[in-house]
Design a protein around this ligand. Structure first.
Ligand SMILES: [Zn+2]
Length: 245
């Protein structure tokens, strides 16, 4: 298996593909500061560190880590960045991380290390990161969890979706702090924006967001009608388009 594959999905934006249960990480080399979206599993940190070096960055070169939500497979390696970088998450994710809530973060089912998580910056909708070459708007999109955000680049029209929207509209697990109603409402409001590409936390990238969002809403409505949990996580081992490293 080709572990930790890196793809440059936009100029100076690198997707580091998650291995096993880990989320993907996205690294943005900004004009002024460097930003990492989701640190992935704690136990995969050495692989993340190696992949950062391949794109010319050391751990201390990451200035900001933004977590798309409070799950262990997205926040686990924060501990290796939090002494040097600002850790940012939505305030409803931060409330769980700040008290080491292992139930909502799902640490009880996954990574074995104790939590020791800081959140320096509690985000809300309309918070913005201006990196010079890219601008990122934070959109609170509860559903998968209460603290889920999507991160929108308004001039280039792409969206980092964490576990809220996957390619093909696969419905994610509606987790302990989540809600199907919130999920549908969040995606309906996202779908009023112009989005050309989706960069999700697991599985494939997508250049058909409109279809993904409509399918995700339909899947969520069907889920409410059925009495079985039918959600799955996309396979990380599938292929992505773009320049490989
Ligand atoms: Zn999640």
């Amino acid at each position: 298996m080709d572990k930790g594959k890196i793809v440059e999905v936009q100029d100076n934006i690198f997707m580091i593909r998650g291995v096993d249960k880990s989320s993907h990480s996205y690294v943005v080399k900004g004009d002024r500061i460097n930003l990492l979206i989701d640190s992935g599993l704690d136990k995969n940190f050495s692989l993340l560190q190696k992949n950062l070096l391949k794109i010319g960055l050391k751990v201390r070169d990451i200035d900001i880590v933004v977590n798309t939500h409070e799950h262990f497979d997205h926040i686990g390696a924060n501990r290796y960045f939090q002494e040097n970088a600002i850790i940012a998450a939505h305030r409803f994710a931060a409330t769980k991380m700040a008290v080491n809530d292992k139930y909502v973060t799902l640490y009880s089912s996954g990574d074995t290390n104790d939590l020791s998580l800081y959140v320096h910056l509690w985000l809300e909708s309309k918070s913005r990161f201006d990196l010079g070459n890219y601008t990122f708007d934070i959109i609170h999109t509860p559903g998968h969890t209460s603290g889920s955000i999507c991160i929108y680049e308004p001039s280039k029209k792409f969206l980092f979706t964490g576990d809220m929207i996957f390619a093909g509209g696969i419905l994610s697990y509606i987790a302990e702090s989540g809600s199907v109603g919130d999920y549908i409402n969040s995606i309906m409001s996202l779908n009023t924006r112009y989005v050309e590409q989706i960069y999700p936390g697991h599985g494939n990238l997508s250049d058909n967001p409109d279809n993904d969002m409509k399918t995700a809403i339909a899947n969520a409505r069907n889920f409410l009608k059925s009495d079985k949990q039918v959600t799955v996580r996309p396979n990380n081992e599938t292929q992505a388009q773009g320049k490989k490293f």
